[in-house]
Write a new protein. Structure first.
Length: 125
């Protein structure tokens, strides 16, 4: 079992969380506390880089879904980047690939999040 390694940095003004290893019930509380910190303000924007993620279970998915809901409530934007084939399969099987913004790389994610922020700030008819 590969313990989850968590790193974070701000890239081009966007907090980016790097996950490597296994995102499971053991590591979920640590990830939740980090995500709670980076999504505190109004209209938070976060990228979660998952290239090194080998495994995710229901507890990990629960943290991501709760974070997405929290961010949607605050008019924020969240993008997941670099899902491995096994992790991408979990998202497809659960249907979560339809509710998350999933991107191939961080540059694409920043561009997508910028578009989402702009469209969210436009007045609704």
């Amino acid at each position: 079992m590969a313990e989850l390694q968590i790193d974070s940095k701000v890239v081009a003004g966007v907090p980016t969380i790097y996950l490597q290893g296994e995102f499971d019930s053991y590591s979920a509380p640590r990830v939740r506390s980090i995500l709670d910190l980076v999504t505190e303000g109004e209209k938070p924007t976060v990228i979660i880089q998952m290239t090194g993620l080998d495994y995710i279970d229901s507890a990990g998915l629960g943290v991501l879904v709760a974070t997405l809901k929290h961010m949607n409530d605050r008019e924020g934007a969240l993008a997941l980047v670099g899902l491995s084939p096994s992790v991408a399969r979990v998202f497809r099987v659960t249907g979560l690939d339809t509710i998350f913004t999933i991107c191939g790389d961080e540059a694409e994610a920043r561009e997508q999040l910028l578009r989402e922020r702009v469209s969210a700030s436009e007045p609704h008819a």
